[in-house]
Design a protein. Structure first.
Lengths: 286, 390, 336
C-alpha cells in the first residue's frame, strides 16, 4: 500500500511539474502550449545522452538538460507563439504549438530511437533501498522546491512582478515601458527550464523515452485543470491527486483503465468546478 | 509480291515476338519485403532486413534462380497496419511482385493476410501470433518463424518439467501481441493442469512495477512467465525482482535475453536465474554453434562491422525466407503461385539456417517443435546463447 | 460562359472523372487508394464543419472513427447483420457517442476542448484493448466487405463515392445557407455571434453530432477497406492527420479540405522511401501553413486564380456624348 502512495506521488510530481510549466507560460501569454510535456521529455532524453552517451559529469549533464529545456521553450515562443499572438484568431497558437510538438517528438524518435533507454544513476545508492530509492523522492523534492521557488520569484523579485503585470494587462505594461516580448520570451525560457529539470530528475522513473511528451502534455494539463489555472499550489495538489488516483486505480482495477479514470477525474472537476480547485474565476469584458 | 512482303513482315513480327518472350524468361523475380524499419520493434525488422538483403545478394551473385535475378522491393511500414495494407496492395497490384515476405509485426500481418489472400499472392509469414496461418483462409501463406504457442510451450515445459514449479504468474503487456500471448499462456497452462496463481497485463511504458510484483509474490508465485516483446518492461521487471530481493526464476519471451536489457539493468546479477525461449540454431553446444549458423555468422560478420551485437536468429530468419522462395521456385520450375503452394506443401525437412522446415497440405506452419530450446538469458555472445541447465 | 455556368460545367466534368475512375485507373492498388481517400473524406467532410467552420479544434476524432469501425466489425462480422444496415447503425452510434463526448466538452474553451478530444481518442483505444470479449482485444477483429453489388473493388468504390457525394452535398448546403454563416460567426467571434442571437451551444452540439454520424459511417467504410482492425490501427496520429487535412486545405471551404485529404493521403504513397518522416512532415506542413498561410492552400489557389483572371470589374470609361452636349448648349444659348 505504501509503495502505491509513494510511486503515485512520484509520477504525480512530474505531472505537477508540467502543470507548473503551463502556469509560467500562461502567466505572460495566456497561451497553453502543447509542447509542455515534450520539454520534460527532452530533459530526460538529453540528460541521459549527456551523462550516459557522452560521458559528461552529472552536474554538467544536469545543466545541459536544463539548458536544452530552456532552449526548446524559447523556440516554442519564437516559432509557435510570437507571430501567432499578433493575429486575432484565438486558436492559431494551439495549432502551431501542436505542430511544433509533433515535430519535436518525431525528430527525437528518429534520432534517439523508439525504445526507452536507461537513465543513469544520479546519486550513488544501493538498489534495494525500496521506498527510499531516489527515483521516488528526487522528483518529489525537486518539484516542491521549484514550486516554492516560483512563488518566491513572483512575490519577491522585480521580474516576477513584471510577469504578473504582463499577464494582467499587456498594453498597460507596455505603456509603462516593460518590454513585453522579452518578458514573454523569458517566461517561456523559464518554463522550459522547469520542464527540463523535472524530466531530468524523473528520468530514472520514466526511462529516457521519446513518446513521453504527449502523455505528459495531457496529464500535466489534467493536473492543471484540476488544480486551477494560474495557481502553483493548485498545480502541486492537482498533480499529486492525479498521480495518486492513477496509482490506486491501477492497483485496484489493473492497468487497463488508467487513461479512462484520469479523464474521468478531469471531467468531474470541470463539471463541478470549472476553474479548478484553487483557480480564480476568469472574468473578461465583452 | 505483296503476299511475299506480307509474309516477310509477319515472320519478322513472329521472330520479334519469340525473342521478347524468350527475353521475358530472363525477367527478374520480384520479391516484395514489408518491413517495419522505423517505429516500434524496429530492431528486429532491421536485423531481419540484413538477412534478407544478404540472401538476395548471395543468390544473385551465384547467377540468380533459374537464371533469373532477384529484384528486392523493400517497403517500410513504420509499424502501422494502415500503411502495411496500402503497401501490400501497392506491391501486389502496382509493382506486381511474385512473392511477399512479411510484415514483421503481428498486428500488421493480421491486416495484410486477407488482402494478400484475395490477391492470390504467395506470402512468407514471419509474425508469431497463431491466427496468422489458416490453410483455408490464407492458402498461399506459409510461416517460417515459430508460432507463439511453440514459444510458450517451450517456456512452460521448462518451468514445469525442469524447474518443477507449479505456481505460475503470467505477465503480459497491453499491446496486441501481449494480450493474446497472455491469453494463450493461460490456456496452455490449464491444459497442462496448472492454473496460474496471478495474471496481469502491464502497460509497456509503466514506470513502476512494484505493485504487480508484490501481488505476484503475495499470491505465492514460484516462477514468473512474462510474454511481452517490450524490452523496457522486461528490464523493469528484473530490476524490481532484484530490488525486492526475490529469488524467483523467470521464464519467458526471447526479449528477456535481448542485449539492450543489459544496459537497462541496475545490477548485472539481476540477469541471473532468467531463462528465455530460444532456438537450437542459435545455441552453443560445447562452445560451438551448429555448422550452418556458424557459416552464416562468418559470412555476414564482415558486412556488419566485424561484430554482432544483436540477436542473431533475426538475421538467420530473414536469410531463410529468401532461401525458402529459392527452393520453391527451383523445384516448381516457375513462379506460379499454385505450383509454389504445391511444392511447399510437399516439403519436409528443408534445411535452413534458422530451422529445418516441414509443411503439409493441412499445416502451413513450417517450424518444428524440436527446434525450440530454452536459453539462459545472460549468456549472449555474438548473437547466440548457451542452453539453460537441465 | 458566365462564372456560374463555368462552375457547373467544371463540377460535371469532375463528377464524370470520379464515376469513371475504376476504368481509367492503372491497377487495383490505385483504386484502393481512391476508395481510402473517399472513406477518409466522409469523416473529414463532417469534421470540416466542426473544425473548419465552427472552429472547434477536435484533434481526437480518430476515436469516433474507431467506434464506427469496431461497431461495423462486430455487427456485420461477429453478429452477421446486413452490412449496409450495420453501416447505418454505425452512423447512429457515432452520432450518439459524439453527443456524449460533446455535451460536457463543448462548453470548454479551446485548449481544454482539444485536450478532451485527445483524451477521448486515447480512452477509446484503451477500452478496445481492455474489452477483449467484445472487440477481440489485442488480436482485433476481421471485417467483412459489403454485400453485392458492392462486394467487388469497383462496387465498393462506387458505394463510397455515392455516400461521399451525399455527405458533401449536405455539408455544402449547410455551409451555403444561413447555418454556414452562423458557424463561421461562432468561429470568428463567439461573443459577437451570441449578441446577434445565435444559439451557440446548440449549434456546436448539432454540428458535432453530425460529425459523429459521418465519422461512424466513415469508420464502417474504412474498416471494410482494411479488412482487419486492431487497436493499433487507430493511432492518435490519424486524428492529427484528419485535422491537418482540414487546416491546410483551408478552413471555411468544402473544396479546400477535400484537396488537402487527397494530397495528404496520396503523398506518403508516392514518397514511400520517406515513410519514417511522415508524421514529422505533417507537423512541419501544419506549422508552415499556420504561420504563413493561415487560410490554407485553398485560399492560395483562389488568390492565384484571381490574379490570372484579371479584374472582374472594368471601370467604365466615360465618353462624353459631344453631339448631345453641343445641341444642349445651343438650346441654352437660344433660350437665354
Amino acid at each position: 500500500m505504501l509503495t502505491v502512495i509513494v510511486s503515485g506521488l512520484a509520477i504525480g510530481a512530474v505531472y505537477a511539474a508540467a502543470a507548473l510549466a503551463y502556469n509560467v507560460m500562461y502567466s505572460t501569454s495566456k497561451v497553453l502550449s502543447v509542447t509542455t510535456g515534450h520539454l520534460c521529455m527532452l530533459g530526460g532524453v538529453f540528460g541521459a545522452w549527456f551523462i550516459a552517451g557522452l560521458g559528461l559529469p552529472i552536474p554538467v549533464g544536469l545543466a545541459g538538460a536544463i539548458a536544452v529545456g530552456a532552449l526548446f521553450g524559447w523556440i516554442t515562443e519564437i516559432v509557435g507563439v510570437r507571430r501567432v499572438l499578433a493575429r486575432s484568431d484565438e486558436h492559431l497558437w494551439l495549432l502551431s504549438t501542436l505542430a511544433l510538438a509533433t515535430m519535436i517528438q518525431q525528430a527525437v524518435g528518429l534520432w534517439w530511437g523508439t525504445e526507452p533507454k536507461p537513465f543513469p544513476r544520479l546519486i550513488p545508492q544501493d538498489f534495494s533501498a525500496g521506498l527510499f530509492d531516489q527515483k521516488y523522492w528526487l522528483p518529489i523534492l525537486v518539484v516542491i522546491l521549484m514550486a516554492a521557488g516560483l512563488e518566491l520569484f513572483y512575490r519577491l523579485t522585480l521580474w516576477g512582478k513584471l510577469f504578473q503585470a504582463t499577464s494582467e494587462d499587456a498594453f498597460a505594461a507596455r505603456a509603462r515601458g516593460i518590454p513585453t516580448d522579452r518578458v514573454r520570451s523569458l517566461s517561456y525560457l523559464l518554463s522550459g527550464a522547469v520542464g527540463g529539470l523535472a524530466g531530468f530528475t524523473a528520468g530514472q522513473l520514466t526511462f529516457a523515452f521519446f513518446a513521453l511528451g504527449l502523455s505528459l502534455t495531457l496529464n500535466g494539463f489534467i493536473a492543471l485543470a484540476v488544480g486551477g489555472l494560474g495557481s502553483n499550489l493548485g498545480a502541486l495538489v492537482g498533480g499529486a491527486g492525479l498521480g495518486l488516483l492513477s496509482a490506486f486505480a491501477t492497483y485496484l482495477f489493473g492497468g487497463e483503465y488508467q487513461q479512462t479514470i484520469a479523464v474521468g477525474l478531469l471531467m468531474l472537476v470541470l463539471l463541478v468546478r470549472p476553474e479548478g480547485l484553487f483557480g480564480a474565476k476568469r472574468v473578461r469584458p465583452v | 509480291m505483296r503476299a511475299l512482303s506480307w509474309m516477310r513482315a509477319l515472320s519478322i513480327c513472329a521472330l520479334a515476338f519469340a525473342a521478347t518472350t524468350g527475353a521475358g524468361a530472363q525477367e527478374p523475380i520480384k520479391i516484395g519485403w514489408l518491413s517495419s524499419l522505423t517505429g516500434p520493434l524496429s530492431s528486429a525488422a532491421i536485423a531481419e532486413n540484413q538477412g534478407v538483403q544478404f540472401a538476395v545478394d548471395e543468390i544473385n551473385n551465384a547467377g540468380g534462380i533459374l537464371g533469373r535475378k532477384i529484384e528486392l522491393l523493400t517497403r517500410d511500414t513504420a509499424g502501422e497496419p494502415t500503411k502495411a495494407v496500402n503497401l501490400a496492395q501497392q506491391l501486389a497490384f502496382s509493382d506486381k511482385v511474385h512473392f511477399i515476405i512479411g510484415p514483421v509485426n503481428s498486428g500488421e500481418s493480421l491486416a495484410t493476410g486477407p488482402i494478400l489472400a484475395r490477391a492470390g499472392m504467395p506470402n512468407i509469414v514471419i509474425g508469431a501470433i497463431d491466427e496468422l496461418i489458416d490453410v483455408k483462409k490464407y492458402p498461399l501463406a506459409f510461416r517460417a518463424i515459430n508460432t507463439n504457442t511453440q514459444w510458450i510451450e517451450g517456456g512452460i515445459g521448462y518451468g514445469l518439467d525442469v524447474l518443477k514449479r507449479r505456481k505460475v504468474a503470467v505477465i503480459g503487456d497491453t499491446s496486441g501481441y501481449g494480450t493474446s500471448s497472455a491469453k494463450t499462456a493461460g490456456e496452455l497452462l490449464e491444459k497442462a493442469g496448472v492454473k496460474p496463481v496471478y495474471t496481469v497485463l502491464i502497460d509497456a511504458n509503466k514506470t513502476d512495477l512494484t505493485d504487480e510484483m508484490t501481488k505476484a509474490r503475495a499470491a505465492g508465485a514460484d516462477v514468473l512467465m512474462p510474454w511481452s516483446a517490450a524490452t523496457g518492461l522486461m528490464a523493469r521487471l528484473l530490476n524490481t525482482r532484484g530490488s525486492m530481493g526475490w529469488d524467483v526464476p523467470v521464464v519467458g519471451h526471447p526479449a528477456l535475453m535481448a542485449l539492450p536489457i543489459k544496459a537497462l539493468l541496475n545490477k548485472p546479477e539481476y540477469w541471473e536465474n532468467v531463462f528465455a525461449a530460444g532456438y537450437t540454431s542459435t545455441t552453443y553446444v560445447d562452445g560451438k554453434l551448429p555448422e550452418r549458423t556458424q557459416k552464416l555468422v562468418d559470412q555476414v560478420k564482415p558486412a556488419l562491422g566485424g561484430k554482432i551485437d544483436f540477436t542473431f536468429w533475426w538475421v538467420a530468419l530473414g536469410y531463410d525466407t529468401v532461401k525458402i522462395i529459392e527452393h520453391a521456385v527451383k523445384t516448381a520450375g516457375s513462379t506460379d503461385p499454385a505450383k509454389f503452394k504445391d511444392v511447399l506443401e510437399k516439403t519436409t525437412d528443408l534445411p535452413g539456417v534458422y530451422a529445418t522446415y516441414s509443411w503439409s497440405p493441412t499445416n502451413h506452419n513450417g517450424f518444428p517443435d524440436k527446434n525450440i530450446v530454452v536459453n539462459s538469458a545472460n549468456t549472449f555472445k555474438d548473437g547466440s546463447y548457451e542452453a539453460a541447465p537441465r | 460562359m458566365t462564372r456560374g455556368r463555368a462552375k457547373w460545367a467544371l463540377a460535371l466534368v469532375f463528377g464524370i472523372v470520379l464515376v469513371s475512375l475504376p476504368y481509367w485507373v492503372r491497377d487495383l492498388y490505385q483504386l484502393h487508394l481512391a476508395s481510402l481517400i473517399g472513406a477518409y473524406w466522409v469523416l473529414i467532410a463532417g469534421l470540416n464543419l466542426v473544425v473548419g467552420y465552427t472552429g472547434q479544434l477536435s484533434i481526437g476524432h480518430v476515436g469516433l472513427l474507431a467506434v464506427g469501425s469496431y461497431c461495423f466489425a462486430i455487427l456485420a462480422g461477429k453478429l452477421g447483420l446486413d452490412p449496409q444496415l450495420s453501416m447505418a447503425i454505425c452512423g447512429a452510434l457515432g452520432g450518439l457517442v459524439g453527443a456524449v463526448l460533446g455535451l460536457p466538452s463543448l462548453r470548454l474553451p479551446g485548449f481544454y476542448f482539444a485536450m478532451a478530444t485527445m483524451a477521448f481518442a486515447l480512452i477509446v483505444t484503451e477500452l478496445s484493448l481492455a474489452q477483449g470479449d467484445l472487440t477481440g482485444g489485442g488480436t482485433g477483429l476481421s471485417v467483412p466487405g459489403f454485400s453485392a453489388p458492392f462486394d467487388t473493388p469497383w462496387g465498393n468504390y462506387w458505394l463510397i463515392l455515392a455516400i461521399g457525394t451525399l455527405i458533401t452535398w449536405l455539408t455544402w448546403n449547410v455551409a451555403r445557407l444561413m447555418w454556414g454563416r452562423a458557424l463561421i460567426a461562432v468561429r470568428d467571434s463567439e461573443v459577437a455571434a451570441a449578441s446577434v442571437g445565435v444559439g451557440i451551444f446548440r449549434l456546436k452540439l448539432t454540428v458535432f453530432i453530425f460529425s459523429g454520424v459521418t465519422a461512424g459511417i466513415g469508420g464502417a467504410l474504412f474498416a471494410s477497406l482494411q479488412s482487419y482492425i486492431t487497436p493499433d490501427t487507430f493511432v492518435f496520429e490519424i486524428g492529427l492527420f484528419f485535422f491537418v487535412c482540414i487546416i491546410i486545405g483551408g478552413r471555411g471551404t468544402i473544396l479546400g479540405p477535400f484537396i488537402g485529404t487527397v494530397i495528404l493521403t496520396a503523398l506518403p504513397e508516392l514518397v514511400a522511401p520517406l515513410a519514417k518522416f511522415g508524421t514529422f512532415f505533417y507537423g512541419l506542413t501544419l506549422l508552415v501553413v499556420v504561420l504563413l498561410i493561415p487560410e490554407g492552400f485553398g485560399r492560395l489557389v483562389e488568390l492565384a486564380v484571381a490574379r490570372f483572371s484579371g479584374e472582374p470589374h472594368r471601370s467604365h470609361e466615360v465618353r462624353p456624348d459631344l453631339v448631345r452636349l453641343g445641341a444642349a448648349l445651343k438650346e441654352r444659348e437660344v433660350a437665354s
